[in-house]
Design a protein around this ligand. Structure first.
Ligand code: DHB
Ligand code: FE
Length: 282
């Protein structure tokens, strides 16, 4: 059977991708951030998962105000890199895993999570930056990826609690897949940041630290944080953190934090990275 062996939570700041693409990771501004990514890359290369599910949000690239899927799964065999206004990032195309993706789509929908199904979809920085952060600059990504989008761009986004339950349903689905696959799941976005309005530039280290602590200690309580509290404490874009609950819900009760990196500033955000191993799958 397939199993989810680990979860990775990681911010997706577009400027992090630009720094990598333009060879600026050793500059005084970026060096402390990228130094903290090294151990995560080593850990992931050693784990060598067979497939990754990447929970992320599209930023009005694949779909915009015309269509707003609350939850979406990509079932294609390839996902092109989106052009976000400066041409597509110079990173490899993202290969999918249609067999597991269709299995997930069927299982999730029959388990009462009404997923939108994407047969074709470009992927933006929300997905490619977490891949770059954790895999570096390979000629081809080291594993196929199932993109799973969550709407956090247009009101109303799903609640953290709903996201956590989706994660639990993903775990049930993965464990019903006949093939032996070691699956890793990414929760992306966050941490505290606000890109517009009077509080643009907001960072809340206390909230972020408590959030990271809570992911291991008490994820169910954490998943109940309201949208208003995210807005107040973590800024308008801090609500992206609901996606981390999907990742956490997909891991079992017995989870160990094996790595954490938190750095301010990275563009307008507090950039966080956390690795959780799923001991119940060991
Ligand atoms: C920034 C952060 C984001 O999450 C995003 O999607 C775009 C920009 C930023 O900090 O610049
Ligand atoms: Fe974002």
């Amino acid at each position: 059977m397939a199993k989810i062996v680990a979860g990775i939570a990681v911010s997706h700041v577009p400027a992090i991708g630009v720094a990598m693409d333009k060879g600026m990771t050793g500059t005084p501004y970026w060096e402390p951030l990228f130094k903290g990514y090294g151990p995560a890359r080593e850990w992931l290369a050693k784990l060598a998962p067979d497939v990754a599910i990447i929970v992320y949000n599209d930023h009005a690239c694949a779909f915009s105000l015309e269509i707003i899927p609350t939850f979406l799964i990509g079932v294609a065999d390839k996902f092109p890199i989106a052009d976000e206004g400066f041409g597509p990032r110079p990173v490899p195309v993202v290969n999918g895993h249609p067999a597991l993706a269709w299995h997930l789509a069927e299982s999730l929908i029959l388990d009462e999570f009404d997923m939108t199904i994407a047969n074709e979809m470009p992927v933006d920085h929300g997905l490619t930056v977490p891949l770059s952060v954790t895999c570096g600059k390979p000629d081809a990504w080291p594993f196929p990826v199932i993109p799973l989008c969550v709407n956090v761009v247009q009101y109303p986004p799903p609640t953290g609690a709903r996201c956590y339950k989706l994660g639990m349903a993903i775990r049930r689905a993965v464990e019903k897949f006949g093939q032996d696959l070691r699956v890793v799941i990414y929760g992306t976005g966050g941490m505290s940041h606000q890109l517009q309005g009077e509080r643009a530039g907001l960072i809340n280290r206390r909230f972020d630290t408590e959030f990271l602590d809570g992911l291991t200690r008490d994820p169910v309580a954490l998943s109940k944080i309201s949208h208003t509290e995210y807005m107040r404490e973590a800024g308008s874009e801090g609500v992206e953190m609901v996606m981390w609950h999907v990742m956490r819900g997909a891991l079992g009760d017995d989870v160990a934090e094996v790595y954490r990196h938190y750095h301010v500033p990275a563009s307008n955000t507090a950039a966080g990275l956390m690795i959780l191993e799923n001991r119940s799958a060991a």
